[in-house]
Every structure is written in structure tokens, then in C-alpha cells.
Design a protein around this ligand. Structure first.
Ligand code: ASP
Ligand code: MG
Length: 411
């Protein structure tokens, strides 16, 4: 951007993984400043620091206090902000670093996944007025008791979006290790194309589908307050992808992206009595054990009982099995089986609201390749299917092609 303004720039862990990269970030921040902008920078912990800290705790205890876990994890970002400030000083600019607590990022008391309550930007505004670059530790805040809290994994995105809103920033740039949001994972689909823009709703679906580019909650907040986000690479000057309100161009495009998730497993409870309350009991108890159920399919009942299948994240499988077997026993249902040989493939696009035949086109592409569909679920802007894992990548490629998403093709 060449226009003067207030810009929030967030750099993720991979962008500040080592001193060389921190110096490059410093140069980029300074370049933005020297174009005449006020700059607020949010940084994550260096590389995989947060994982390393959690691992360290696990060598002490299997049940760390969540308050202390927050104390521990928040140190990661404190290292980054100080180092980045020093790197900026080395290059002759003025910068000052702050923890979340110091700049009044107030949260509720839910340790390890605290919710933002308020941001008092006075200090930030004062420092900007002195001509300084302000660097703020991502992912952390403080509750009313002055205890340090964290905002959930990937929470630096949320810090950046919330600051952009509170400061009424002109831009919120999220720097990461990919060029933007693609129509599919370029490692699976070499012809995948970088999108110039994507709507909040699509991005929310993709984030929850595991696109791993941004924290889902940060997109939710961006949508709620209408903060446009520019996701771009910290290793290249190229423009990335804007995450913003729906535009006409987006609506014209039937599908924006195809995504693949391999970390789900299918669970089937056989011979569930076909009477009211059975599904309620199973899913109530799963919820009580914090198991997040994704797709659910109940077959047509025959002779008074039915098979019920659903998917969960693989990590939740042990808990799911325990609960499902216990419920099945109590309600007089049959065997509980699991299947880890599945993958979930989804297409997302707000164009689905106004175009018909989208599901048919997806299923036909799979049929031509003789790829069997085991489960289907749909929302207003998403169609997901469960297929055998060994066919999943091929399925992504044929569907990507069926919707004309390759590079060089007009939308
Ligand atoms: N360092 C934190 C994490 O790894 C926050 C972030 O990276 O956004 O989850
Ligand atoms: Mg991180």
C-alpha cells in the first residue's frame, strides 16, 4: 500500500522462526513505516515454540493447571516481540514491544481459550503518536484478576484482527508461509490457483475444514466487525488473498475451493432401536465428553432398528468408543465399529446459494472415476463427502477440474 494509514501486520511463527527471519520481518515492517504509515505489529512465538513449551510441561505433569499453562505459553510471544523490537532498533527505527496485559487486552477467565472482552488501545495510540512502531505479543491477554490468559491455538490471528478493529486500522495483513488462499492444496493439485478474494463465510468453512491458514475464531470476529484481512506470504512481495464481505464476483463463481481432511474416522453403531430418544442419548453423552461429532447418517430402519454412522476427529476416537459402547449397551443397540480408512472431501462456495446442480456435478465427476461416496452432508455453501482414503487425492483433483478451478482458466 502506498496510502498513509494505520496498518496492523501479523507475522506467524514460521515468519519469525530464527534471527534471520526476524531481521527480514523487521525490514518489511520498516518499509511499511517509511511509506508513511503507522504500524502495529503482532507476532507469534518463534517457530514451534508453543508446541515445545507444551511438551516441556507434559514432562512435568500430565495435568498441568491451565493457569500455569497460560503463564508458560505466553512466554513464547514475549521472546518474539522483544527480539523484533531489537531488530528494528538495529535498522535505525524506533519500536517498542508490549505483552498483551501491558496494552490492555482484556479477556474472560477461560484459561487456554479465553475470549476477548475489551481492548484498551490508549497506550498503543500514544506510542504511535511518538512515531514508534508498536509490537504486541499475539495469543495472550489478561483477565480481571490480572492473570495471564491465552486465546486458543493460533490465537495471534485473533489478536491482530481485534486490534485492527479496536484501532480502526486501514489494513490488517496476516503474513504467513503460503501465498494466500488457494482453490485446493497446491501439493495435491499443482494447477490450484491462488484466490484474489474469498468471503468470510467461505473462509470460515475452510478454516473449520482444517485449511490451517487462519484461526477460525479470528475469521468469525473479522466477519462480525467487517475487518477485511489480507493473507499474504512473508517471503514474497506478491499480493495474497483478501478475506472480505461477499462480492458479485464471488457469487458468480460456483465453487471457490476443494478441501481434504484425512484426520476423521467413521463410527457405526449397529441395530439402534428405531424409537425416539436414541440418537439424543448417544449424542448428548458424546457432547458431555467433549467429542465433536461431524457428519451423521442414519439409515432407513428395517425391522425396528437402524444403523447410525457418524464421523469424529481421530484423536477423539478412544473417548468416542468408550461412550458409544456404553450407550449402545444401555439402549439395547448392537456392535460399535470404527473405520479409519476414510477421508472427507468438501467443496465450498457462496455461489452454491444461487446455482443449482452443484452436487450433481461433484458426484458425476466422482462417478466417472468410479469413486464411491459413503456419506454426504451439505450446508448452504458446502458439500462434504466421505470416501475411501486411497481415492481421496484423486477425487480432489477430478472435482477441482470439474469446477474449472485450474490456473489460466477464466472463472
Ligand atoms: N503461538 C501460538 C500457537 O502456536 C499462537 C499463534 O501462533 O498464533 O498456537
Ligand atoms: Mg504458532
Amino acid at each position: 500500500m502506498s496510502r498513509r494509514g494505520l496498518i496492523v501486520q501479523k507475522f506467524g511463527g514460521s515468519s519469525v522462526a530464527n534471527p534471520e527471519r526476524i531481521k527480514r520481518v523487521a525490514e518489511r515492517v520498516i518499509a511499511t513505516k517509511r511509506r508513511g504509515n503507522d504500524v502495529v505489529v503482532v507476532v507469534s512465538a518463534l517457530g514451534d515454540t508453543t508446541d515445545a513449551l507444551i511438551d516441556l510441561a507434559s514432562q512435568i505433569t500430565q495435568q498441568p493447571s491451565e493457569r500455569e499453562l497460560d503463564m508458560l505459553m505466553a512466554t513464547g510471544e514475549q521472546v518474539s516481540v522483544a527480539l523484533l523490537a531489537m531488530a528494528i532498533h538495529e535498522l535505525g527505527e524506533d519500536a517498542v514491544s508490549f505483552t498483551g496485559a501491558q496494552v490492555g487486552i482484556l479477556t474472560d477467565g477461560t484459561h487456554t481459550k479465553a475470549r476477548l472482552v475489551d481492548i484498551n488501545v490508549n497506550r498503543v495510540v500514544q506510542e504511535l503518536a511518538k512515531g514508534r512502531i508498536v509490537i504486541i505479543a499475539g495469543f495472550q491477554g489478561v483477565n480481571l484478576n490480572q492473570d495471564i490468559t491465552t486465546l486458543g491455538r493460533g490465537g495471534s490471528d485473533l489478536t491482530a484482527v481485534a486490534l485492527a478493529k479496536a484501532l480502526k486500522a486501514d489494513e490488517c495483513e496476516i503474513f504467513t508461509d503460503v501465498e494466500g488462499i488457494f482453490t485446493a492444496d497446491p501439493r495435491l493439485v499443482p494447477q490450484a490457483r491462488k484466490l484474489d478474494a474469498i468471503s468470510y463465510d467461505e473462509m470460515l468453512e475452510l478454516a473449520s475444514l482444517g485449511a490451517q491458514v487462519m484461526q477460525a475464531r479470528s475469521i468469525f470476529v473479522a466477519k462480525r466487525f467487517g475487518v477485511p484481512i489480507h493473507v499474504r506470504s512473508s517471503f514474497s512481495p506478491r499480493e495474497g488473498t483478501m478475506i472480505q464481505e461477499t462480492s458479485k464476483a464471488m457469487e458468480d463463481m460456483v465453487v471457490s475451493g476443494v478441501s481434504l481432511q484425512k484426520d476423521e474416522a467413521k463410527v457405526t453403531v449397529r441395530d439402534v432401536p428405531d424409537k425416539p430418544g436414541m440418537a439424543a442419548q448417544l449424542f448428548r453423552e458424546l457432547a458431555e465428553h467433549h467429542v465433536n461429532v461431524d457428519m451423521i447418517v442414519q439409515n432407513v430402519s428395517r425391522e425396528g432398528s437402524t444403523d447410525l454412522s457418524f464421523t469424529v476427529i481421530k484423536g477423539d476416537l478412544p473417548a468416542t468408543l468408550r461412550v458409544a459402547r456404553s450407550v449402545s449397551h444401555r439402549i439395547g443397540a448392537g456392535e460399535v465399529t470404527t473405520d479409519e480408512g476414510v477421508a472427507k472431501l468438501s467443496i465450498v462456495g457462496i455461489g452454491m446459494r444461487s446455482h443449482s446442480g452443484v452436487a450433481a456435478r461433484m458426484f458425476e465427476a466422482m462417478a466417472r472415476e468410479r469413486i464411491n461416496i459413503e456419506m454426504i452432508s451439505t450446508s448452504e455453501i458446502k458439500i462434504s463427502v466421505i470416501v475411501r482414503k486411497q481415492h481421496a487425492e484423486r477425487a480432489v483433483r477430478v472435482i477441482h477440474k470439474a469446477f474449472g478451478l485450474e490456473k489460466s482458466r477464466r472463472r
